[in-house]
Design a protein around this ligand. Structure first.
Ligand SMILES: NC(=O)C1=CN([C@@H]2O[C@H](COP(=O)(O)OP(=O)(O)OC[C@H]3O[C@@H](n4cnc5c(N)ncnc54)[C@H](OP(=O)(O)O)[C@@H]3O)[C@@H](O)[C@H]2O)C=CC1
Ligand SMILES: O=C(O)C1=N[C@H](C(=O)O)C[C@H](O)C1
Length: 275
């Protein structure tokens, strides 16, 4: 880092649960400089984002106009990065805007459809701009996914249970969708059925992915983020489980992504691809 300029970082969703953690992490990273904080929640408008995040004044006010912050970021000496932890309803437009301004997106927000991800990939490719979409920044989750891929060579039956706090907007979780996609990479058809099933309560068997894997979503206060991948075979059950106890667990992955995206010229989907 010695003589290099710090990476200018804009945080979108800065007043949210994840946004506050990112503000603290970026403020403490010597090779990054926070240049903008955006959030649509009117309760925090104009407030210093460092005070909101609980890490002391940073002299960066929270604003609700992403475009103006992106324009400001383009004035920096080196190309900036936008970290997005907002909401499924706005993330696609946020990412398009950032790429249009040449600001590289690091996207933690889940809920993008496969079509939206493909469209953003095409847009990033045309603009030769790096973009990272990471459904889960936690290393423990990547390890769980890799163990699941290994187990899937030997098990034909698998279901996923994801459990989250009840403020979560999207279901199933981005992590569960990505896990099912990763299990499909072997080209297997999972869960061959031998009986005709009837659901007397719609949804009782969970949501069925294109990989023929069922995902069950639990939403309760008291939870943060948890996932089980359960494999079954005659006479045995193999369960993989990951538990998030504190959102700080995502920060090493977020900082890594901010650094890595500056070296990319296209869109990459998944933390496992940049480790
Ligand atoms: N990839 C990962 O590792 C992780 C991903 N996530 C994902 O990150 C996202 C955010 O999670 P979390 O921090 O818990 O959510 P929060 O609701 O706590 O925070 C989101 C913040 O962003 C604001 N916001 C929403 N939409 C916009 C927008 N279009 N422009 C500007 N600000 C906006 C919200 O305001 P308001 O309250 O007014 O809506 C809120 O202040 C979710 O999609 C979640 O699934 C979460 C944890 C880890
Ligand atoms: O909303 C959350 O909290 C989380 N969302 C992400 C997801 O949908 O997978 C990542 C993690 O599970 C926490």
């Amino acid at each position: 880092m010695a003589n290099e300029s710090p990476i200018p970082v804009v945080v979108n969703g800065a007043a949210g649960k994840m946004g506050r953690e990112v503000i603290k992490a970026v403020a403490n990273a010597e090779d990054m400089i926070l240049v903008g904080a955006v959030d649509r929640n009117p309760d925090y408008r104009g407030q210093d984002v460092g005070k909101v995040a609980g890490c002391g004044e940073l002299e960066v006010p929270i604003v609700d106009d992403l475009q103006s912050v992106l324009v400001l970021a383009t004035q920096e000496k080196v190309q900036g990065v936008m970290v997005d932890f907002t909401h499924p309803d706005g993330v696609y437009d946020n990412v398009r805007s950032a790429i249009a301004y040449g600001i590289r997106p690091v996207v933690g927000t889940t809920g993008l459809t496969p079509e939206q991800i493909q469209d953003l990939a095409d847009f990033a490719e045309k603009a030769s701009t790096g973009c990272l979409i990471i459904p889960n920044f936690c290393i423990g989750v990547v390890l769980l996914q890799q163990a699941a891929i290994q187990a899937s060579q030997y098990f034909d039956h698998v279901e996923i249970i994801e459990l989250h706090h009840n403020q979560k907007a999207d279901a199933p979780s981005g992590t569960a969708i990505k896990t099912a996609e990763m299990l499909s990479e072997l080209g297997k058809t999972y869960n061959p059925t031998s009986v005709k099933e009837t659901e007397t309560i719609t949804g009782a068997r969970g949501g069925l992915t294109g990989e023929n894997i069922r995902i069950h979503s639990v939403r309760l206060p008291g939870l943060i983020a948890h996932q089980e991948v359960i494999f079954g075979a005659p006479g045995q059950i193999y369960t993989l489980r990951h538990d998030t106890m504190d959102r700080a667990c995502y920060m090493p992955g977020v900082l890594l992504a901010i650094r890595k995206v500056t070296q990319l010229k296209s869109l990459v989907y998944g933390l496992e691809k940049i480790l």
